[in-house]
Design a protein around this ligand. Structure first.
Ligand SMILES: *Cc1c(COP(=O)(O)O)cnc(C)c1O
Length: 431
């Protein structure tokens, strides 16, 4: 399997390099040279396949023999270990629950698969591999859990101080072992900038083997395509058009959906649903991509002012004609304030008895706004369990929502994090 950089189509690498490097030196993002189609019988017979079998078939097609069958089987079996059920709200709308993994957010899929793939590619190396990851909330916990105790690999997590929930903070500061947390006195964008700077720092990359675990790593994206097929498999009526509504921040999840579509999944629209950090909805409206500093919201995992996967989306949709026209044919943008988001949480609970976290609620609002009167299969990606946002849930619903046992255990543990400022000098001293 070969990939290129979105900044230079002639910069071509194999999958191992793309996964271990994470980011090309030219500051682009890696993309597969070709996105092969699955056989049409795969879609027709999809009900016969488990989620892990779907994952295996997607990878087999995409990797095209790059990883042998038995290693690939092992990677899938060890990473795809929990389900992605589609829970109907009514006949037209379903919630794809992506929170059944260890950190209770969809990022477990990407993080576990990436950890397995990196472990596979790293197994013959002597030197320690350092994974750098900036998190706006959920990435850190998923990556920490995914890599915990992987031999030959250490993980350094950067998170914005005071801008993640208590549970999120505990998930990334309490594991110990090969996992270290840096609490940065800044925003998520500051954390992301520090990580990007580290990869461009020649002195550092000469003395340390670095890899990235953000949604910019192609290994994160690939497994996120599996559950779009899994959702389709669980739909009752395949004669209707299918619309996915995706609460988005860095747009890795949405890009993975487009990847699934390119491989043959029948999808009629993707809804790019954001909070007030509406860079992509704004681009879809105006044709201008204008990054802005992110604003803090109740859906904090989507507080992103310069979504990194925009480059991949622009690349995918640039193939023929105008990128903007192609993109707005397939993606519809929607953005909501915190007041609308919490009203959505309440509305979903009142009408369907379903507890949806603030991120998922944004997906719900977008789907409702889009579908008015349309006869489609609507699928909302529920990106995290509501218990991770207990304060917002409780104040919105007016009662104390329950906390699953595995999150409760976390709150009793001791936080270990090193506090640093936003300067690169301070960060690099820790490496
Ligand atoms: C990370 C995250 C998102 C945003 O996903 P992207 O792939 O970055 O768009 C949405 N919801 C939750 C709960 C998340 O953790």
């Amino acid at each position: 399997m070969k990939l290129y950089s979105t900044n230079n189509l002639k910069h071509i690498v194999d999958l191992k390099t793309a996964v271990l490097k994470g980011l090309p030196d030219d500051n682009g993002l890696y993309m597969p040279i070709s996105i092969p189609s699955l056989p049409s019988s795969f879609i027709t017979n999809i009900k016969d396949y488990s989620l892990a079998e779907i994952g295996y078939k997607v990878c087999k097609t995409l990797f095209d023999g790059y990883i042998d069958a038995s290693n690939l089987q092992g990677i899938i079996e060890r990473s795809i270990t929990f389900p992605a059920p589609l829970v109907p709200l009514n006949e037209k709308m379903g919630v794809l629950e992506l929170f059944h993994g260890p950190s209770m957010a969809f990022k477990d899929f990407g993080a576990r698969f990436m950890a397995q793939l990196m472990g596979h590619f790293n197994k013959d190396e002597d030197e320690l591999l350092t994974i750098l990851v900036a998190t706006s909330g959920d990435t850190g916990g998923a990556v920490a859990a995914g890599f915990l105790n992987t031999p030959g690999i250490e993980v350094v997590i950067l998170y914005p101080s005071g801008k993640v929930s208590d549970i999120q903070e505990m998930q990334l500061t309490t594991l110990g072992g090969n996992i270290r947390a840096l609490e940065v006195a800044g925003t998520f964008d500051d954390c992301q900038t520090l990580v990007k700077q580290a990869f461009l720092d020649k002195e550092l990359t000469q003395r340390k083997r670095l890899a990235s675990a953000n949604s910019i790593n192609i290994a994160r994206l690939i497994p996120q395509s599996f559950y779009y097929f899994e959702a389709y498999k669980q739909l009752q009526d395949h004669s209707l058009d299918t619309v996915f509504s995706i609460p988005s921040g860095n747009f890795g999840n949405l890009t993975a959906g487009v990847l699934a579509q390119k491989m043959g999944l029948p999808v009629s629209k993707f809804l790019a649903a954001t909070n007030v950090n509406d860079i992509i909805p704004n681009y879809l409206k105006t044709g201008e991509y204008t990054p802005r500093p992110s604003k803090r919201t109740v859906s904090n995992a989507m507080d992103v002012g310069d979504p990194s996967n925009y480059k991949r989306l622009a690349d995918i949709f640039s193939k023929e004609g105008s990128t903007w026209n192609n993109m707005k044919d397939m993606l519809k943008g929607y953005a909501y304030t915190d007041a609308q988001t919490t009203a959505g949480v309440k509305d979903i609970y009142d009408r369907f008895g379903y507890m949806m976290d603030p991120h998922g609620a944004i997906g719900f609002l977008a789907l409702e706004e889009y579908t008015q009167g349309k006869d489609v299969n609507g699928v909302i990606l529920e990106t995290a369990h509501y218990a991770k946002f207990k304060d917002t849930m409780d104040s919105t619903l007016g009662f104390s929502t329950d906390t699953p046992e595995r999150l409760q255990e976390l709150l009793g543990k001791k936080k270990v994090a090193k506090q640093i400022g936003v300067s690169y000098g301070e960060f690099v001293k820790e490496l």
